[in-house]
Design a protein around this ligand. Sequence first.
Ligand code: GDG
Length: 725
Amino acid sequence: MSRLLIVSNRLPFNVEKKEGKLNFQPSLGGLATALVGFYKSRPSLWIGWPGIELEKVKGEEKAISDKLSLERCHPVFLPAQDVEDFYFGFCNQTIWPLFHYFPQYVEYNPDLWRAYQRVNELFADAVADVARKDDIIWVHDYHFMLLPKLLRERLPKATIGFFLHTPFPSYEVYRLLPWRRQILEGLLGADLVGFHTYDYVWHFLSSTRILLGYEVSMGEITAADRTVKADVFPISINYEHYAGLVKSPEVQTQVKNFREKIGDRKVIVSVDRLDYSKGILNRLQAFSLFLDKYPEYREKVVFILVIGPSRIRVEHYARLKKQMEEMVGMINGKYGAIGWMPIWYLYSPLPYPELIALYTMADLCPITPLRDGMNLVAKEYLATKVDGKGVLILSETTGAARELGEALIINPTDIEEIAEAMAEGLKMPEKEQIARNRAMQKRVRRYDVGRWANDFIDRLLDFRKSQGRVMTEPLTSEAKSRLVAHYQKSRKKLLLLDYDGTLVPFARTPEEAKPDAELLELLGEIAQDGKAEVVLISGRDRNTLEVWFGNLNVGLVAEHGIWTRGKGKAWKTMAAVATDWKKEIRHMMELAVDRVPGSLIEEKDSSLAWHYRKATPRISELRIREIVNDLFNLTANSDLKVLEGSKVVEVKGANINKGLTALQWISKQDWDFILAVGDDLTDEDIFKVLPEGAWSIKIRPGATSARFTLDSPDELRLLLRGLIR
Ligand code: GDG
């Protein structure tokens, strides 16, 4: 069994030094708790920072490594300056606020960026040092977005997955980052990039398409030399572990202990790391409003606010702590009475038995983040509700809200709505509480963290297999000889050839790319061979093909398959094609022509194409990508398909593609020899339908389903000439 290498910022163990002695503590919460069972269940190694600055343990690195290796952990030591600039700096003052839609908090500091690059390099070296040939490398979170690419450079054949635990923000926010391209390129070093929700996947894909210009289809990105998959894996918790702890003596002792102090008051509990993304202030405001509007609850409820200390060295965290504490003081002062304090505020990491006891006792759990990748507290709360009683209030801007629709879903900026939800939750009949919770529990239990991790690894390995099936290689002279020999000894031969970019290089305008005499002669000669059938499968309109190739004894396919013409026969159309959509798309393309001087619209019977090869060079690629993205958005949920060719984007009905037409030709008879050649995404549809044993060639390198690549139309012509010699 291959080993799993988990790479994350923190190890599941934290190293501390007290009075000169090293102390190893399991890390609290988050990823470590979630994944620990999974990683112990298989051969694995966890690589991460041990949580202490290098200077403090200088000379003791080996002792720490040895001790951690017993737990299958491998530490990467960071000097204090890197902890400052990388972790507190770029990670938590640049990426974290930007990805949580707090652009006003973002530091754009090149020194911090350099630290981020440096630490990613350091980790890449550390992983490459310990990695073995068949290891699966799984990189976690926003600290290491450059790592997949750095690892790919060091270990070209490695299986690499990446999972982002934060949201991936919309393009309009992501684009603010000066290093936006490098980060995307970094992520694309992975084979599989995972996110919590579809929104995050879409945001990532649209940023990739716009900023890097890569083709994206069905969650698959065709990067420069490989394909990368982006997919959804909503993280979960170890459900049985939490549910099982409820009845444990430790937890029950705590419950008893707390109950004595709280009496029969209703209990509201919230649990967060100190973070401005978690919506703590709005929650407190809502609680204040609730006490104001529903005075009958005064002295009848307590709100236990558990805050885990976090990133306090960052200015915005320190400020939040101050504001939060002022607000707690203000609410307690305003509504409190002798013998009753409305908010019990705990600022320290709670031991698990206490945490679970609080979850168990909570009648209400308000989770109100302004943004949260997932939010595990919501799932933990549900898991501890063994009797089904209790009410979850959940912000619609958490990933968890996508799965937990039976919670009271609120908009975190709507203070009145949260206050009303608190009242509604406290009044909710038990039957309704149980019905809602049971539905959510079933879902969380079924898709627990083990399933999440297995799913990710399975999908990663599956995707690697499908990448492996289409191992493309340059057409070597040895392969060329085999191809020519196969052609020459065959009696029933089919050649499916794309035109633009395949038989002729691209020209500045579509009209300029007309066939030269040499090409016409070459095609004519092949077609003369009574045993070979040549079909030109093009996206061009039929009139152009007719004028250019009408005299040759070849089959013609126009507009990706809308029109076909057998050798010496008349043009036939697939079916009546609806074109009522053209008005809308033409309008958009006309705006594009205004914005990108030199670009032009080509109208065909069944499609509209926008060509930008001739666009003035000073028009940025970015503007073009944005227009292409607009076309994708406009046509989403319609029957239309947007096809990206080389410097052209074409909109047409979705049920037409070159592959379907190719199939018609392929099924005409039992061919001994089939060769298909093309250069862009539209030709991939042909490659995908070819029977086994067929020859397929993509012109220009790049990810493809074709078996071979050639560098240019000239090389293809040489090959074709070789066939008839
Ligand atoms: C990131 C994403 C995503 C908290 N205080 C104590 C304590 N905790 C534990 C909770 C929970 C974990 O910490 C917090 O997890 P969250 O999911 O709520 O939030 P983040 O730490 O921001 O995690 C988040 C997550 O990654 C996973 O992908 O869901 O969106 O931001 O497990 O129980 N645990 C203990 N005492 C505490 O005082 N024992």
